[in-house]
Design a binder for this molecule. Structure first.
Ligand code: BG6
Ligand code: MG
Length: 223
């Protein structure tokens, strides 16, 4: 393996809770039901497709202009929440793992459906860890289409079979498999049968890749 492509929301930073809050606000205004189960169906899918899922679940119909207004309203609330992000939003396990993977010569990329990925990377200081960023701004089809990951591999100069994708969304695991990548599931995707491997926290990647029993303790890895 030569490269790892990380989903961003819900894998490296817990902005999934901000997506939930922003959609909940919008759904309440529309009188549409919204809960964690429905929110999980929105993981990895684009903003407009997420709105379509909320509307169809509530059997609500809106005009194109209304949908655009609602999606913009959601994004404005979401971006307000993103302003609260700081480098402390990235936990130590994540930071240390990214450092170790880089030190060991792996190329790292972001593969996110979000158009807000650049803002999140900047606010959290995560940008410095990545050789390439593929996000909602450079794709025409969001997950489960493999485009975002295929672009990430291309930006790294690698083939899909040389790369592993780490995802918390079932749509993201489907996208990775459709693109010919190895797919590692975490959090909401961990129970998904299409995952090649499952991890409970990011530092478990180190064991999976090098097959050594690395342990992450007191801020460092030991074999
Ligand atoms: C993904 C999230 O990373 O980005 C989805 O998992 C979200 O929930 C999608 O809908 C698009 O995000 P944004 O920031 O462009 O609205
Ligand atoms: Mg995600």
């Amino acid at each position: 393996m030569k490269g790892i492509i990380f989903d961003l929301d819900g894998v490296l930073v817990f902005t999934d809770k901000f997506h939930y809050q922003a959609w909940k606000y919008v759904a309440d205004e529309l009188g549409a039901p919204f809960d964690e189960t429905l929110n999980n169906r929105l993981r990895g899918v684009s903003r407009m497709e997420s709105l379509e899922i909320i509307l169809s679940n509530a059997a609500l119909r809106l005009s194109k202009a209304e949908k655009e207004r609602v999606a913009e309203q959601k994004n404005n609330s979401y971006r307000k929440l993103l302003q609260t992000l700081t480098p402390q939003a990235i936990d130590r396990d994540t930071r240390k793992t990214l450092n170790l993977l880089r030190e060991r010569g792996l190329k790292l990329a972001i593969g996110s459906s979000s158009k807000n990925a650049p803002l999140i990377l900047e606010k959290t200081g995560l940008a410095e860890f990545f050789d390439a960023v593929s996000d909602g701004n450079n794709i025409t089809h969001s997950k489960p289409d493999p485009e975002v990951f295929l672009k990430a591999a291309e930006f790294l100069g690698l083939e899909p079979y040389d790369c592993t994708v780490v995802e918390d969304a079932k749509a993201g695991i489907d996208a990775a498999k459709a693109g010919g990548f190895t797919a590692i599931g975490i959090d909401d995707a961990a129970g998904y049968t299409k995952c090649d491997q499952v991890i409970n926290r990011l530092s478990e990647l180190v064991d999976l890749i090098w097959g050594v029993n690395y342990e992450y303790k007191n801020d460092s890895f030991t074999a």
